[in-house]
Ligand binder design. Structure first.
Ligand code: NDP
Ligand code: 8X3
Length: 256
């Protein structure tokens, strides 16, 4: 029987690359996000290429009702198990000093990165407990390990994800559920376009002069942690490009 991976935020970047690598390796997919057109396009592309079963669920993780309705409609006869949950949906909104931050940016980051992750996890836990196995992979960040200038609330939300991964691992040990935190550094996706509210020029500048991670690099790491023997759990994995030492120390150098 094929295993199933549930990916939140599969419409772009790291989530989309995770969908690709798991489909290529014959997993069934449950792909989620708010952009229905993108979900359908990715589903068609992956089904045509890899012939795997794919369910798309279009919902906003910040909305508990939408999250519950979507997850509760998963048909157990088609997806008898959910083996892996990749809590990937997340974002930064704005980059400003704490005294100048906008309440609406703070709310959207806290609601998405912390409450959204909790909503999805809580809804899938009954399935994991019933099965007696499951693997939660939380996409945190180097920003969850250290703060950087003007990162304040985004860093706080990723520190919260870090704490939640540690807590989940303790609370879920008795149920045979693995919990892994993946902490990427700068990775070129739509992340900075979202952070700078559609300003593509400003977003592009973030990655100038060095070679950032590609979303496929992070997806490779996720896939590695998710395909280890049953008794092995990678708790915490930080992955950066060669020119980034931590959340705030980078050098500019292009790697050929
Ligand atoms: P992208 O912007 O490319 O992808 C973000 C994904 O999250 C999209 O699929 C988006 O889907 C989804 N998403 C955002 N908000 C919501 C919501 N409210 N409800 C449902 N889905 C949502 O960025 P990345 O791929 O870079 O980001 C993925 C994760 O990786 C995030 O948690 C981010 O914090 C983390 N990360 C990113 C790094 C980077 O440098 N890029 C580094 C470290 C961590 P849609 O808009 O369709 O809803
Ligand atoms: C996303 C990357 O550099 O803004 O977590 O922390 S960064």
């Amino acid at each position: 029987m094929n295993k199933t991976v549930f990916i939140s935020g599969a419409t772009s970047g790291i989530g989309k690359s995770c969908a690709f690598i798991f489909a290529k390796n014959n997993y069934q997919l449950i792909l989620t996000g708010r952009r229905k057109d993108r979900l359908e396009q990715i589903k068609n592309d992956l089904q045509n290429e890899f012939h795997v079963k794919i369910l798309t669920l279009c919902f906003d993780v910040t909305d508990l009702k939408q999250t519950q309705n979507a997850i509760r409609q998963i048909d157990k006869t088609i997806f008898p198990t959910i083996d892996i949950l990749i809590n990937n949906a997340g974002l930064a909104s704005g980059l400003s000093s704490i005294d100048e931050g906008l309440y609406e940016d703070w709310n959207v980051m806290i609601d998405t990165n912390v409450k959204g992750l909790l909503h999805v996890t809580r809804e899938l836990l009954p399935t994991f407990k019933e099965q007696g196995f499951g693997h939660i992979v939380n996409i945190s960040s180097t920003a969850g390990k250290d703060a950087y200038p003007n990162g304040n609330v985004y860093c706080a939300t990723k520190h919260a994800v870090d704490a939640l991964s540690k807590s989940m691992r303790i609370d879920l040990l008795n149920y045979g559920i693995k919990v892994t935190s993946i902490n990427p550094g700068a990775c070129e996706t739509e992340f900075s376009i979202v952070r700078f509210k559609g300003d593509e020029q400003r977003a592009k500048k973030v990655y100038e002069g060095f070679t950032p991670l590609k979303p496929e690099d992070v997806a490779d790491a996720v896939f590695y942690t998710a395909t280890l023997p049953k008794h092995v759990c990678i708790n915490d994995l930080t992955i950066t490009c060669l020119t980034q030492a931590n959340a705030h120390y980078h050098i500019k150098k292009v790697i050929e």
